[in-house]
Ligand binder design. Structure first.
Ligand SMILES: [Zn+2]
Ligand SMILES: [Zn+2]
Length: 271
């Protein structure tokens, strides 16, 4: 529904020769929406798998791909937003689910409130409006004013929506939010493309034991030794690789080649 095939089809076609078919008349919003009108009933991976299966049913195919994202405050860095993107391929013939995740630190995810179109300050520049669309709703919601203006990409529509929503809100303010749907957010579309490249790479990697596609990192273990005293730290020491089809696993040193931790991260050298 959100044109994600623009980002998803090219890497999968180029690297794996997969031809992407987008089923028509498939309402994936029933599985939960970004704007919160419909709550996502399940976790992000499960929701994506359900979505892929819906598409496979609609198209009558044995392979399904779906992506999901969620955006919110950064769990560690105050005032910074963070996006979590996930893409999944479900292969009904092989009975495997292969997924990749991406942390999107570069995102325009933000919101503000304004009593009038003149009161939005530099918000529009910060979020990349109008290339990136906005959502406007009454700031203080009640049962009567649950209306929502999505996909706003022109100054005229923005002014009209702020006028309507500020008048409908008991506090006289409209709430402006970045519209995070992929077709409304070029930054998010880029993140999905990058993530799809990761998925294509994983799918192109066969399991050394059974040959199934989709061999890749499935876990990470902390314990990277301190460069000064050798004590284990909380940083990742070992990457665990696994197969979506069999139990074969490999424990490997970090892909980035880092073998010791800065003493600043050490519980003994820097308690
Ligand atoms: Zn140390
Ligand atoms: Zn295997």
């Amino acid at each position: 529904m959100h044109g994600k095939e623009q980002a998803i089809a090219p890497p999968l076609e180029a690297e794996l020769g997969l031809r992407i078919i987008v089923p028509t008349d498939l309402d994936t919003d029933a599985l939960g929406t970004f704007t919160g009108e419909i709550e996502r009933p399940a976790g992000i991976l499960e929701t994506a798998v359900r979505k892929a299966k819906l598409g496979m049913e609609a198209a009558g195919l044995e392979l399904g791909i779906a992506s999901e994202g969620s955006y919110g405050p950064h769990p560690v860095v105050p005032f910074l937003p963070l996006g979590r993107e996930l893409i999944v391929l479900f292969d009904a013939e092989r009975g495997i689910t292969v997924h990749e995740r991406l942390l999107a630190e570069s995102t325009n995810f933000a919101h503000t409130t304004a009593g009038s179109a003149g009161g939005v300050g530099d918000f529009l520049d910060r979020v990349g409006f109008p290339d990136h669309a906005l959502i406007v709703r009454p700031n203080a919601t009640s049962v009567e004013n649950l209306h929502l203006h999505k996909g706003i990409r022109s100054q005229t529509d923005l002014e009209e929506a702020i006028g309507l929503c500020s008048r409908a809100s008991p506090d006289g303010k409209a709430r402006l939010e970045t519209d995070m749907r992929a077709h409304m957010n070029p930054t998010r579309m880029l993140a999905i493309e990058k993530l799809t490249g990761k998925l294509a790479g994983r799918l192109a990697t066969p399991c050394p034991s059974c040959g199934s596609p989709g061999f890749g990192q499935v876990d990470a273990k902390p314990g990277l030794p301190c460069a000064a005293c050798g004590a284990p730290t909380e940083l990742i020491a070992i990457e665990v690789f696994g197969c979506p089809a069999c139990d074969y696993m490999e424990r490997r040193p970090r892909t980035d080649g880092i073998v010791s931790a800065d003493p600043g991260q050490c519980p003994f050298c820097n308690p």
